[in-house]
Design a binder for this molecule. Structure first.
Ligand code: PMV
Length: 352
């Protein structure tokens, strides 16, 4: 299957500078657990964000010995360079020119560094886009933009699984499911816009920065612990099954069922962490306080404010932009912001 992405051995390399911007994404049905070569244990679906993104410029110096130098917000990052070097060596069969030069990669994130917002999704998405721009310049044959983007998604996946979903706007699916035509374990596909009710197309995601700084357990380790988690198979099946009701919910605009499904997915992700061996907990006191307050608020007012979590303590507050959003925004500012470490909130919206 991967053969369709093998690179052409005929190429002409030259000194180049390319750049790309790639947004982050937040999963609704979560990817947690994988097989060899970044094959997901279950399909996942995410919203692509608008403001949280990574801008990357990549300078390629042809015919110099292979090396990678990386800068994050102007500061040299040796560990990141090592990771990228390894990644480039790993994808040589797909881009046969990739080890034939020196790279200087400069990246900037629009969201605060160490905020706990996954920079690997937007980061690898931007790097894969830059690589595909170079590939188009060096290749002797030209490709359709859709083919280029699909290969960018395929390459991003090999850097960080969830990154493959950042190459498309709107709702994006990664992982084979009969519920979504064309879906694949190898790359992400856009969930058809015409199958999505308008209420889901004008959505807010306000990220409360509950805990800024390094996570105690990386997602690489977390995915690995699913291999020995006795509940893993049940969880993978549940995620697969969740695509059936989700499809109906998205089409009919059933917000109530959407809220139930999305919050259940977030809590299941963290439940899996707690049931790993060794167990770990990434939520903090503030995470739980926010969830409890949010539930009371929803019960009392009926306003559709709900949450999801990624592999960290931060809370993604989700709500549609409609007649109740002013009341929701006011509640967040006055009641929830106090549970963040430094008053941090990133106000994002979904990108369609
Ligand atoms: O792409 P990774 O290896 O960083 O894993 C991401 C996992 C979650 O963010 C927790 C869920 C997801 O589907 O994005």
């Amino acid at each position: 299957m991967e053969n369709q992405f093998l690179g052409n051995q005929h190429f002409n390399i030259s000194n180049q500078v390319v750049s790309a911007t790639c947004p982050s994404n937040i999963a609704l049905i979560k990817y947690w657990g994988k097989y060899a070569n970044q094959i997901p244990a279950n399909p996942s679906i995410s919203y692509t964000l608008n403001h949280c993104n990574t801008q990357t410029s990549m300078e390629f110096l042809a015919n110099e010995p292979f090396s990678v130098q990386t800068f994050l917000a102007g500061n040299e990052e040796l560990k990141f360079a090592e990771k990228i070097e390894k990644y480039f060596k790993n994808i040589e069969q797909y881009l046969p020119w990739i080890l034939k030069g020196k790279y200087v990669i400069k990246t900037e994130n629009t969201f605060p560094h160490s905020s706990g917002i996954a920079s690997s999704a937007s980061g690898f998405g931007a790097i894969a886009s830059c690589l595909m721009s170079l590939d188009e310049i060096f290749s002797t044959d030209n490709h359709q933009p859709s083919v280029i983007n699909q290969k960018a998604s395929f390459l991003a996946r090999l850097g960080s699984g969830s990154a493959c979903r950042s190459l498309y706007n709107g709702l994006v699916v990664w992982g084979k499911t009969d519920e979504v035509e064309g879906s694949s374990d190898l790359y992400a596909v856009k969930y058809p816009d015409e199958e999505i009710h308008p209420i889901f197309k004008n959505f807010n995601d306000w990220v409360l920065l509950i805990h800024e700084g390094e996570k105690s357990v990386s997602s690489t380790v977390g995915h690995g612990l699913m291999n020995t988690n006795p509940y893993a198979e049940r969880r993978f099946q549940e995620a697969r099954d969740n695509f059936v009701p989700l499809k109906e919910i998205l089409k009919t605009g059933n917000l109530e069922k959407f809220i139930k499904l999305v919050e259940h997915e977030a809590l299941t992700l963290h439940a899996m962490m707690m049931m790993s061996e060794p167990a770990f907990i990434l939520m903090k006191t503030g995470t739980l306080e926010v969830i409890n307050k949010l539930w009371s608020f929803r019960k009392e007012t009926g306003h559709p404010l709900f949450f999801t979590l990624d592999a960290g303590a931060n809370v993604h507050l989700l709500f549609p932009e409609n007649e109740s959003s002013d009341a929701i925004k006011n509640f967040i500012e006055t009641e929830l912001l106090q549970h963040t470490q430094k008053g941090g909130v990133v106000k994002d919206v979904m990108k369609f």
